[in-house]
Design a protein around this ligand. Structure first.
Ligand code: SF4
Ligand code: SF4
Ligand code: SF4
Ligand code: FES
Length: 932
């Protein structure tokens, strides 16, 4: 039995949370367990072995394999222990001669239809059928293996990551149930009956052509080698485990990296992971091959000018080169000519040292991070209303929601593991309201249908949220008790009068939003009158010229209806990148120290000055767009960019490129020579998440450990590199390990005061605030009072974006992600995920396509006032007339060439979601239309 696979002890059926405890006797041992526990779980939990095949504790019991039979006093026959709940006083026997005989007989039947190639099977040592055969003492098969069987069935290797070998299938349905219950995709079925029963993906398609989304839950659930990872086939079984955290999205799934020596064999989701409870998606589970991709640059590179070829250099030489240039800029142009951009993909510790370097070694506050282009409005909006910049709930809270609003987010693609949980709640009966210009999968998919899809025009969010609030206020749906007890009276009354104005009525805004007034009223009533209603939102809320206004609008609505401060409610940003929350928490902003405290606050600044032994600037520094503008103006000359491809991910790519080109020295730290590195003078190799030691903070504020699975490929960790650079700039920075950086963060940041690596290793991930050694974190914010005391209502007047359509640019472009790719694709394009999305596509409505003579798969020119690009068209009614949509995963498409410089009024977050465009046929069929 492999030590790795059974790192988690599988007790056969899920635990029961019932408060009542019952005592029974199993094999003469008195055992007490919660009511609702299965006999199997009670026995296995007490160390009494019962064989099992179709049962596993991540799935509801099914009772099909009949190997787990037991005898129970007073019951006829031999009930299956997995489907039999315990009762008080029950007397159970698990080991009798008759049970042994029956179990052996059942196993004989399975084995007689199974290839007897255990010695050469990739699952040898990790196969539950093999284990159970041993457990029941099966030594011979009386029926032989020459009768009718399935042994010659062909394999399906079509999935890039796993193989389906039906000859080994015992039709236990674990895969089918995992796909239904855990993932919620319903891609698998048992077809045929009796001997002809078989597992089929969709309607008998190859896996790659089926509805399967490659989450791997079925592979994990399969007790045999029928569904097995290709890496296990290639390299054999793993023999050790390192627990870590996924580095893709803000769900922050806990993973177990399973290795054989230094070879990573597979990534299994951690059943104890607070964010994911044993589930993962195609990215976290499978798409880690980029970490060893040959494109990785493992040697520092330098060059005098960006038109010269790179020269390899030692770490010391590269850092000295960069520091000398930065010092020269500082001497000539002053300390404000330098700055840094850190990354929401890096650990808290890495981000912290970068902002410290900028403040203490460069001597200014010119530090920003990529949250600027995604969730900075969340920071502003939630701080103004609630008092802190963070999601209010943990993911588990959705289990208690009765109405779920998903607005400007596409969880099945961008936050898949949370989406699976959300869909489970919907299958249990919760109602769903989707607010999105595009018909995302959640609107209708297997066993899920939104009660309302408010298909608004891009750019009209604030008009819509005001109309929802108008219905609440004018139809008497305000939770007056909550508002009176928990919110500022004056701000509420002002807001109530404002929002009751007729201009906010659903009928009045219909011409802006295109959402039928009656439907909007109905959705508002559903949200307001629910026992528990909750809001989840994404970049479709923030990346607008009124992103901050919209976040405040969401907060106003939640406060007015009392849907805040307990389980099942709240306002929750679904963070795009793994550590957006953490990068913001760590003070990676030009105006705030760690813990969202303004740089002008003398008390806070004094604390940092004392600890860092250096005077700090009291003036906020430059935001990313201001850095680019200052670079073009000549006052900003040296930039350090950590793990961020601004040349591809920031709006109006040409403007960004011109700014980068204008710098005297650009230092890029990354895994690959990305688009930004084309403008760099120094390239410092970075680490993949498999090499990092530190923490990420997910969308629920959960601080999770990231542990090194392998040594840094380039020989130096990212935080060490930054410390050496700061030291070379004249400000000595030194830590012995990443844990010491967290100790400094904890000492300087009240919400992290009780966090240390040792505590996280002992207790698992914790949600901040973790206020001291006794604190284990905080599941739900604002329970008794808002962080700012009383909740504050903010006025949210709708101001249409300046980005207007006209005859020349009559369509609105909006952007998003798909499941298999991640952001600008730097990582996922270097994995087998490329099988699903080789190119970005432009979705357009059949009407818009037809009027322009465009057919599905045609290459089209997408042009805005800022630029143009070419990509294949995908004609679909997922988008409404007048709206086109694309992803931005491929540099070849350069979708950001067309996006504009419009940005959120409060935070400068770019308005990625609204660009006026025209689309024209190029007269060519796309050579890339195979996936169109
Ligand atoms: S593929 Fe695996 S999990 Fe699915 S029915 Fe066959 S043996 Fe069971
Ligand atoms: S990989 Fe996931 S989606 Fe695909 S069949 Fe298995 S469980 Fe279902
Ligand atoms: S849901 Fe997000 S964090 Fe979880 S495995 Fe997928 S990409 Fe990673
Ligand atoms: S494990 Fe109980 S019937 Fe299969």
């Amino acid at each position: 039995m492999s030590e790795v696979r059974h790192w988690h002890r599988d007790l056969g059926t899920p635990p029961s949370a019932a408060p009542q405890l019952l005592t029974l006797s199993i094999d003469g041992m008195a055992i007490t367990a919660p009511a609702g526990t299965s006999v199997m779980r009670a026995a296995l939990g007490a160390g009494i072995g019962i064989p099992k095949l179709c049962a596993t504790d991540s799935l509801a019991p099914f009772g099909s394999c009949r190997v787990c039979l037991v005898e129970i006093d007073g019951r006829k026959g031999m009930p299956a222990s997995c489907t039999t709940p315990i009762e008080a006083g029950m007397v159970v026997r698990t080991q009798t001669e008759s049970l042994a005989r029956v179990r052996k007989g059942v196993l004989e039947l399975y084995i007689s239809d199974h290839p007897l190639d255990c010695l050469t099977c990739a699952a040898n040592g990790d196969c539950e059928l093999q284990d159970v055969a041993g457990e029941v003492g099966l030594r011979e098969v009386r029926y032989g293996t020459s009768g009718a069987n399935h042994i010659e069935q062909p394999k399906d290797p079509s999935n890039p990551y796993f193989v389906f070998d039906p000859s080994k299938c015992i039709v236990c349905s674990r895969c089918v149930r995992a796909c239904d219950e855990v993932q919620g995709t319903f891609a698998l079925t048992v077809v045929g009956r009796g001997f002809d029963s078989a597992i089929a993906a969709s309607a008998g398609d190859a896996f790659i052509d089926s509805e399967c989304v490659s989450c791997g839950a079925c592979v994990q659930a399969c007790p045999t080698a029928t569904l097995i990872e290709k890496t296990v086939l290639d390299h054999g079984q793993p023999d050790r485990v390192v627990k870590t955290t996924c580095a893709y999205c803000g769900v922050g799934c806990s993973l177990q990296a399973e290795l054989k020596g230094d070879q990573l064999i597979r990534m299994e989701p951690d059943p104890d992971g607070g964010a994911n409870h044993g589930h993962a998606c195609v990215k976290g589970r499978f798409a880690w091959g980029y970490t060893t991709h040959p494109d990785r640059v493992l040697t520092p590179l330098v060059r005098e000018r960006i038109d010269q070829p790179w020269r390899p250099a030692s770490w010391d030489a590269a850092i000295a080169f960069a520091a000398e240039r930065f010092r020269a800029i500082r001497d000539r142009y002053g300390r404000h000519a330098l700055g840094g951009i850190s990354s929401s993909r890096c650990t808290n510790e890495e981000v912290f040292v970068v902002q410290k370097m900028v403040r203490a070694a460069f001597g200014n506050n010119n530090i920003d991070n990529c949250a600027r282009v995604c969730h900075s409005p969340t920071g502003y909006g939630l701080k103004q209303t609630f008092g802190t910049s963070a999601g209010t709930q943990d993911f588990a809270s959705v289990d208690a929601a009765d109405v779920i609003v998903v607005i400007g987010a596409n969880p099945t693609d961008a936050h898949p593991v949370f989406a699976s949980r959300l869909k489970r709640r919907l299958r249990e009966g919760a109602d769903l309201i989707v607010v999105d210009p595009r018909r995302i999968d959640l609107v209708r998919s297997a066993h899920v249908e939104a009660r309302h899809h408010l298909q608004l025009q891009p750019g009209t969010n604030v008009a819509l949220i005001n109309a929802l609030a108008h219905v609440v206020v004018t139809e008497g749906l305000v939770d007056e008790n909550f508002v009176a007890a928990r919110c500022e009276r004056e701000s509420f009354e002002r807001w109530r009068a404002f929002i009751a104005e007729p201009e906010h009525a659903p009928e009045a805004v219909e011409h802006h939003t295109s959402v039928p007034a009656a439907q909007l009223r109905s959705a508002a009533r559903l949200y307001a009158t629910a026992r528990n209603a909750t809001i989840y939102y994404g970049l479709g809320v923030t990346e607008h010229s009124q992103g901050s206004t919209m976040v405040m609008g969401l907060a106003n609505l939640a406060m007015a209806t009392g849907h805040i401060g307990r389980d099942g409610v709240g306002v929750n940003p679904l963070r795009g990148q793994n550590n957006v929350q953490g990068a913001c928490d760590m003070g990676s902003f030009p105006h705030e120290f760690a813990g969202y405290r303004h740089v002008s606050d003398p008390m806070v600044r004094g604390m940092f000055e004392t600890r860092w032994e250096v005077p700090l600037d009291a003036e906020p520094g430059l935001r990313i767009p201001n850095m680019f503008a200052a670079a073009l103006a000549g006052s900003f000359r040296g930039l350090f960019v950590q793990g961020e491809d601004v040349a591809q991910s920031d709006p109006n790519t040409r403007h960004v490129a011109d700014a980068l080109r204008a710098l005297d020295c650009l230092v890029v730290q990354d895994l690959f020579l990305n688009e930004t590195a084309a403008f760099a003078h120094v390239f410092l190799p970075g680490e993949s998440f498999l090499e990092k030691d530190g923490t990420y903070t997910n969308a629920e504020r959960r601080i999770n450990r990231v542990r090194p699975v392998m040594a840094p490929h380039a020989g130096l960790t990212e935080w060490e590199t930054v410390c050496r650079f700061a030291t070379a700039m004249g400000y000595p920075m030194h830590y012995n390990n990443a844990a010491e950086i967290m100790d400094e963060i904890a000492a300087l940041t009240p919400t992290f005061a009780g966090v240390s690596f040792a505590k996280l290793d002992r207790e698992g991930g914790m949600q901040w605030p973790v206020t001291g050694p006794e604190s284990h974190g905080t599941r739900i914010l604002h329970e008794d009072a808002f962080v700012r005391g009383k909740g504050r209502f903010m006025l949210t007047r709708y101001v249409p974006t300046e980005e207007r359509t006209n005859r020349r640019y009559p369509l609105i472009l909006t952007t998003g992600r798909i499941l298999s790719q991640y952001n600008v694709g730097t990582q996922t394009r270097r994995t087998a995920n490329i099988a699903w999305h080789e190119h970005d596509l432009l979705e357009m409505h059949p009407h818009d396509a037809e009027t322009r003579g465009i057919a599905d798969g045609d290459a089209v020119l997408l042009a805005s006032r800022k630029g143009s690009t070419t990509l294949p068209a995908h004609v679909t009614d997922r988008v409404p007339v007048g709206v086109v949509y694309t992803t931005f995963h491929h540099p070849g498409t350069a979708a950001n060439v067309v996006t504009t410089e419009h940005s959120d009024w409060a935070t400068n977050c770019p308005e990625y979601k609204v660009t006026a465009v025209e689309v024209q046929p190029t007269g060519m069929r796309s050579s890339r239309n195979d996936d169109a």
